[in-house]
Design a protein around this ligand. Structure first.
Ligand SMILES: [Cu+2]
Length: 143
């Protein structure tokens, strides 16, 4: 009994010593960099010229589009579940309020943004109910 206890104590001591010299493998210190979606500052490469984004199976297609300034973007929810599309950043939705006019979408529902007249070049969007699902994040570049 005493031998076992002594061995456990020495293992704990060894782990604590390893952490003290920076050998811990924890990634907790970098978690803040992968937080909520926010608008990109430059247009994503490969943005598609279209005014329509279709959602199915928790993926928006195309994810990155470019549109004329002042035009509207149509979101089509072809999914079996509802989605709530909002402007980045989450949860404030302040970058491009025009996108917030889409908001809650029932399955099979189609909704439009307001006229994209923001001063921003790129507007990020996301599903407010699933803010960390990458397939439901995308961008609208305004030309
Ligand atoms: Cu949100």
């Amino acid at each position: 009994m005493k031998t076992v206890n002594r061995r456990n104590v020495s293992i704990v001591t060894a782990v604590a010593a390893a952490c003290a010299i920076g050998a811990c493998s924890s990634n907790s210190s970098s978690s803040s960099s992968s937080a909520s979606p926010s608008s990109p500052t430059t247009p994503p490469a490969g943005a598609v010229s279209t005014n329509t984004i279709t959602i199915s199976n928790n993926v928006a297609t195309p994810q990155n589009i470019k549109v004329a300034r002042g035009s509207q973007v149509t979101f089509i929810n072809n999914d079996r579940v509802s989605h709530t599309m909002n402007s980045d950043p989450h949860p404030d939705h302040t970058d491009c309020p025009e996108i917030n006019q889409v908001g809650f979408m029932n399955p099979s529902q189609t909704k439009q943004t307001g006229n994209m007249t923001t001063n921003r070049t790129v507007c990020g969007f996301h599903d407010h109910d699933l803010p960390n699902v990458a397939g439901l994040q995308g961008s609208i570049t305004i030309q």
